[in-house]
Design a protein around this ligand. Structure first.
Ligand code: HEC
Length: 181
């Protein structure tokens, strides 16, 4: 023994401190790696959350009818109205005919010829006389606006075709009434 620390102890200490240093380096490397992964992960997730939140928030706070706001909006609304009117005019049913019979043949006959769903049959006096007694104006009104009879049967407005004009409906009702003999 030549001193307070023996030779074998010195060797042990040297190896042991090298081991400790290695472990410290490894720990630092792992910490660095973990920080790197964590930072990338949270950044991408936050970014995604933010875009979603932005989109959701703008959707929530978007003013209703924003399209029609201000002067440009008024112009757009006017244009839309005109376009709708034009479309409606172009869609006048059955070529715009005011011939009651041809409108009947195109539409009303589906219910009124066979008496489907409680519809009064065309030309059937027993089924029509009480209705005709209401007066032609009431019949036309019922055919135009729709009508639910006392038995719960339903005459759809304009026979289910809103493209019919009031005049077309009126003429058709008159023609139907003229068929009751
Ligand atoms: C989907 C079936 C259906 C179609 C299509 C239909 N109707 Fe009717 N209509 C009925 C029914 C059902 C009644 C009877 C309602 C009641 O009084 O119970 C009725 C009743 C009527 C009446 C009598 C209303 C009253 O006050 O008694 C008139 C008029 C009439 N329809 C006209 C028409 C004309 C015109 C058309 C075509 C443009 C038409 N209907 C197309 C089902 C239809």
């Amino acid at each position: 023994m030549s001193g307070p620390i023996s030779k074998s102890d010195q060797t042990f200490l040297r190896h042991f401190s090298m081991l400790i240093a290695g472990l410290v380096l490894l720990a630092l490397a792992l910490i660095g790696l973990a920080m790197f992964i964590y930072s990338r992960h949270t950044i991408s997730q936050d970014a995604a959350l933010e875009t979603n939140a932005d989109a959701a928030a703008s959707a929530r706070i978007a003013p209703v009818g924003a399209v029609y706001a201000g002067d440009t909006g008024r112009a757009a609304m006017q244009a839309a109205k005109e376009a709708a009117a034009k479309a409606a005019a172009a869609q006048v049913a059955y070529g715009g005919t005011t011939d009651g019979k041809s409108i009947y043949d195109n539409l009303c006959h589906t219910c009124h010829t066979a008496g489907v769903a409680g519809a009064p049959k065309l030309g059937d006096k027993a089924m029509w006389s009480a209705r005709i007694a209401q007066g032609i104006d009431t019949l036309i009104k019922h055919a135009t606006e729709g009508y639910k009879g006392p038995d719960g049967n339903f005459m759809p407005p304009k026979g289910g075709n809103p493209a019919l004009t009031d005049e077309q409906v009126a003429n058709t009702v008159k023609w139907m009434v003229s068929q009751v003999k």
